[in-house]
Design a protein around this ligand. Structure first.
Ligand SMILES: [Zn+2]
Length: 248
């Protein structure tokens, strides 16, 4: 077990592996908790597949979180804030640093992976995207992703997107009384929230598999969701809870 930054680098390379088609070129960004008041986040202009120590900067959480409550920041002020909040690393933090800061505040979330898997973005850009993700289809989906996802309507990248994600997660917490594993972003991509780097990879992998299965169901009339009783049964089965532990 290496240190957090090494684990973040390994996770980022895996998420950026072109064979997976989760992200290409400069797409996607990742982060991890560094200590109680700062976190590592991908620097702007870097590629996940080429992740190395220089690809990440360490940023203070407080000023970034405070900016989420200020609606009058223009592009220049945001850029300056990102720069002044950086405590380690020469590059500028990703514009999605705001989104990472708030996700890393959630209980048990230590690593975050935001990607644009083609299969998933295809479904999330469809007319019926909300309906396609409104239920669970198969047991392992529930074990790894939980019974429900948070869903975010399209928003401009940067601060507006972070605010939309915050609202969606808050609504999820109020409704489900647990932290989501996945945030689905309409016409954009996904956020995987993990306790470990491996969990972020597992979540991303299982979500993309789920999307492949949803696509399959569309060839034959659309998904048949499991009933809420069936979903609850998988979600709370002692053997499934034990398996879930093994995933971490
Ligand atoms: Zn994105």
């Amino acid at each position: 077990m290496g240190n957090v930054l090494d684990e973040l680098i390994t996770m980022s390379k895996a998420l950026g592996d072109p064979n997976h088609d989760y992200a290409i070129l400069g797409e996607g960004n990742t982060s991890a908790v560094a200590d109680h008041d700062s976190f590592w986040v991908k620097a702007s202009g870097t590629q996940l597949v080429q992740a190395c120590r220089e690809s990440f900067v360490r940023v203070r959480s407080l000023p970034i979180l405070a900016a989420l409550n200020e609606s009058d920041l223009d592009d220049k002020a945001i850029k300056e804030l990102l720069k002044s909040s950086t405590v380690e690393g020469a590059r500028s933090p990703s514009i999605e640093t705001f989104l990472h800061a708030l996700c890393l505040q959630l209980e048990d979330v230590q690593f975050v992976g935001h990607t644009h898997p083609s299969l998933t973005v295809g479904l999330l850009s469809s007319i019926n995207s909300r309906k396609l993700f409104a239920g669970s289809i198969f047991p392992d989906q529930i074990v790894v992703l939980g019974p429900r996802n948070a869903y975010v309507p399209y928003a401009d990248p940067g601060l507006p997107l972070a605010l939309a994600v915050r609202e969606s997660i808050q609504e999820f917490l109020d409704r489900e009384h647990r932290v989501p594993k996945v945030v689905l972003m309409e016409n954009h991509g996904i956020i995987a929230l993990g306790n470990t780097a491996q969990e972020v990879l597992n979540i991303t992998q299982m979500l993309v598999k789920t999307c492949r299965i949803i696509s399959g169901t569309l060839a034959a009339g659309g998904p048949r969701f499991l009933s809420s009783t069936q979903v609850d049964r998988i979600d709370k089965r002692p053997d499934e809870l034990a398996r879930r532990k093994d995933f971490k």
